[in-house]
Design a protein around this ligand. Structure first.
Ligand code: 13P
Ligand code: SF4
Length: 347
């Protein structure tokens, strides 16, 4: 068994520079985790910002927050192990309340999610009684419960366009709100949240790389400042970036986002080149194979995601509304946009 597992790992990880020796050392652990997951009837979901050993070593599905939420909603598995940050596990629990949802690293937060509380939304509602309240999926269940509809980076514009109101309070990412305002005639009112990864990107770095690699395509996550987004060949979420790379004839890309996505794409598209800088998310990087194994063996109480029923019911309504609107609004114009992405089993 170890031989085939090593070969499988070599197939995925050698484009990232992993040696056969390193894959051999990893194989007993990935085999053990995958066997335990089968025994527990667990599906392992890995966000594209996870390390390569999580994404390619053990995840059944790797993808963006929308794609993984859809899998969490539709899975037959008894247990969902969410290799991602806390809000992702909470979202999975809200939409799949009958499943056990486990977080290998429950302390993994998100600067956006932590920037706003339910009380803040209630206060804003008093200030903007006519507006639709759209919140980014990077929020707590408590915040989702106070909003009309949720969105992800893959469908934010479709959701803003899809609500009947002309005024939209978009929470909590200030840059994403400004980037949306540039694409819609509706009035978008933002908030003060920022992603500690994407706020650091600087237009001068992009201009410098573009000058040195004129045929390179620049793909920017919409959590980035607008002067960075303006320089992009594609502005969108991680799923949009995966589809762009897959469908493009270009050979060189700069991914203006967290480093895990570049690792994923180097492994999946070994013939293409990924240049430039990326930034690590310290929250995402808290997940590793040791805590994935431990959570499957004997989860601690804090690793089992619970959302109070009253909060979950209201948050579910806002998430279901997102699925309804995006099923309806498939024709919203946005260059290279998509409606969610997740890859099939890694084998
Ligand atoms: P996606 O919605 O593009 O997966 O991004 C999630 C996230 O945390 C981005 O920083
Ligand atoms: Fe949150 Fe930014 Fe990390 Fe994504 S990359 S989880 S938005 S802090």
């Amino acid at each position: 068994m170890l031989g085939p597992e090593t070969e499988r790992l070599v197939g995925h990880l050698s484009p990232l520079g992993w040696s056969r020796r390193e894959c051999e050392r990893l194989a007993p652990l990935t085999l053990r985790i995958r066997a335990l997951a089968r025994e527990r009837q667990a599906v392992i979901l890995g966000h594209s910002y996870m390390t390569p050993e999580v994404q390619f070593g053990v995840a059944d599905h790797r993808g963006d927050s929308l794609g993984l939420s859809t899998i969490a909603r539709d899975t037959d598995a008894r247990v969902i192990v969410f290799c991602g940050v806390r809000f992702m596990g909470e979202t999975a629990k809200v939409i799949s309340p009958d499943r056990t949802v486990l977080l290998p690293a429950p302390e993994a937060g998100c600067s956006l999610s932590e920037s706003i509380t339910g009380d803040d939304v209630r206060r804003l509602r008093e200030q903007h009684p006519q507006a639709a309240f759209v919140c980014y999926v990077n929020t707590s269940a408590e915040v989702k419960a106070e909003c009309d509809v949720v969105c992800t980076s893959a469908n934010a514009l479709a959701v803003v366009e899809g609500v009947p109101q002309e005024e939209v309070v978009f929470l909590p990412d200030r840059f994403m709100a400004r980037n949306l305002q540039a694409l819609t005639r509706k009035r978008v009112i933002g908030y003060s949240g920022r992603c500690i990864v994407h706020e650091t990107f600087d237009p001068r770095t992009l201009l410098d790389w573009k000058a040195r690699h004129p045929s390179m395509k620049v793909l920017v996550h919409t959590e980035s400042p607008e002067e960075v987004v303006r320089l992009a060949d594609l502005a969108g979420g991680t799923g949009d970036m995966v589809r762009y790379v897959r469908d493009s004839d270009a050979q060189e890309f700069m991914l203006v986002t967290e480093c895990g996505l570049a690792d994923r794409l180097r492994a999946e598209f070994p013939g293409k080149r990924f240049l430039g800088t990326c930034v690590l998310c310290p929250h995402m990087k808290r997940v590793n194979l040791r805590n994935v194994l431990q959570v499957l063996e004997s989860p601690r109480p804090d690793q089992v995601v619970e959302v109070p029923e009253e909060v979950a019911t209201r948050a579910r309504r806002a998430i279901d509304r997102m699925f309804e609107i995006t099923a309806r609004k498939t024709d919203v114009a946005r260059p290279h946009s998509g409606s969610g992405e997740a890859s099939p089993r890694c084998e």
